[in-house]
Design a protein around this ligand. Structure first.
Ligand SMILES: [Zn+2]
Length: 463
């Protein structure tokens, strides 16, 4: 997505950054008050805040992002729906506030990291000579947080004023379900007042040169099935033992799992388009000082499963299947389903954002990627879950998008990294969105007009 004339700029910037690396690493520890001078240094600084669970530090990164935004002349507001779990809202006022606004969202927190398994400490944000920035959160999703702000910085430097108002939200707790984060945020009066028309949230890295975009998430369920039965001597064969009942269920569930997986293996659907069910724990047996009592069949046994439902699945049918086949009362089974988030929007529709001409935001999104010289992969359902579901629940069109091409997918993995050049290219991708969405409000602007806007932005680069 980098044009020939643009490449030298990125290249020289990267070289400059590489040469600055050592001095930055030392100066940042000496003077944490001073704002870093380059996009990469700002990214590194944000990555160095340890926002990993179970004790994420939210205060320091929120104040860092607040001062970054204020230095750009943006309005900031800290919202606290749960104590010690702040969300930050940044606003770039548009020239026509009567139009629905745009919201770019990211989360402040990250999953834990095991430092001993990393080649560089996970909160060091070490920049290697090859340009890899190692940090927990480098891909998920601190990159987009800084890219949003850098895109605004560049657009402001070119005196661009958006027509629509653009909000950027940084929310807590996404990695633990978002209940005290995005869920409370979208249900607040503050959110309602934003009059959001469209949301961009996090996506995932792409291993090739096509950008990935996600129009839905799968919804997670925790399923626990329990079996009860008559206890007995380990030598006896009898019906309706707890273990036997549980193992029958596991067999049935496994057959269903295979049937879904077969569809994927046959290339008929993506992993994220089927219902996944995976065993995550087994609990049974009578403990003894050396392990388990071996000559007793226990009276209770249970198993836990991680289930993921695509928005196309009918949750009532799945529940029926669980009640009748996976944990039937006739086999002395009980079950518990913990639904970890919404499945339908406020109108009862599946949580999906349209990726066809019925959704004007989709056309605009597609055009923005194309105008920046990028290629877009077939839109996908995300296999896991993000905060986007809470926005989709309100019926707001929401895409998951993190501009990382040619990057291994390392979210939640050891040695998570992002290359500096990819990070910088991603900023370019966001430049066009406010431009595009200004255009998007009036249907029918030609792609020529978009190209002219892009050329204008390119030619005024670096002023
Ligand atoms: Zn994430």
């Amino acid at each position: 997505m980098v044009s020939a004339r643009h490449f030298p700029l990125l290249l020289s910037l990267t070289l400059l950054l590489l040469s600055l690396h050592l001095s930055l690493a030392t100066s940042s520890s000496q003077d944490s008050q001073q704002e870093p001078e380059t996009p990469i240094a700002r990214f590194q600084k944000y990555l160095r805040f340890n926002t990993a669970h179970p004790n994420p530090n939210y205060t320091a990164p929120v104040s860092f992002l607040t001062s970054l935004a204020q230095s750009l002349g943006l309005k900031t507001q800290t919202l606290e729906f749960t104590s010690n779990k702040p969300a930050l809202l940044i606003t770039w006022q548009g020239s026509n506030p009567s139009l629905p606004s745009l919201l770019f969202n990211s989360h402040l927190d990250s999953v834990p990291a095991e430092p001993s398994k990393w080649t560089h400490p996970p909160f060091s944000a070490t920049l290697t000579p090859e340009g890899k920035i190692f940090a927990r959160g480098a891909q998920d999703d601190k990159c987009i947080a800084i890219q949003y702000l850098e895109a605004i910085r560049n657009l402001k430097a070119r005196n661009f004023v958006p027509t629509r108002t653009l909000h950027i939200s940084f929310v807590p707790d996404e990695e633990i379900g978002g209940i005290d984060g995005a869920d409370k945020f979208v249900k607040s009066k503050e959110f309602k007042d934003l009059d959001v028309g469209f949301v961009l949230d996090e996506g995932q890295a792409s291993v090739n040169d096509e950008f990935r975009v996600f129009y839905a998430d799968r919804s997670p369920w925790n399923l626990i099935i329990k079996a009860k039965g008559v206890p007995g001597h380990g030598s006896r064969m009898y019906d309706n033992g707890a273990m036997e009942n549980l193992m029958d269920s596991i067999e049935v569930i496994n057959r269903f799992r295979d049937s879904q997986f077969d569809v994927v293996k046959a290339g008929k659907a993506a992993n994220s388009e089927v219902i996944s069910v995976n065993p995550v724990f087994l609990k049974a047996g009578i403990p003894s000082p050396t392990g388990f009592v071996m000559n007793m069949q226990p009276s209770e046994a249970e198993a836990g499963f991680d289930l993921r439902l695509p928005p196309t699945a009918d949750p009532d049918l799945v529940k029926k299947r669980i009640a009748e086949e996976w944990a039937p009362a006739v086999r002395n089974m009980t079950y518990e389903i913990i639904e970890k988030g919404p499945l339908r929007d406020y109108m009862g529709r599946p949580l999906m954002t349209a990726t066809d001409d019925s959704n004007p935001w989709w056309s605009v999104f597609k055009q923005a990627i194309a105008a920046a010289g990028g290629k877009l992969a077939k839109p996908e359902i995300l296999a896991s879950t993000t905060d986007a579901r809470f926005m989709r629940q309100l019926g707001i069109p929401t895409f998951g998008f993190s501009p990382m091409t040619n990057t291994p997918i390392l979210l939640h993995d050891h040695n998570e990294f992002l290359k500096d050049t990819i990070f910088l290219k991603g900023i370019e991708g966001y430049h066009l969105f406010p431009v595009q969405w200004e255009i998007g409000k009036e249907q029918g602007h030609s792609s020529d007009y978009i190209k002219r806007q892009w050329n204008f932005l390119q030619s005024s680069h670096g002023n």
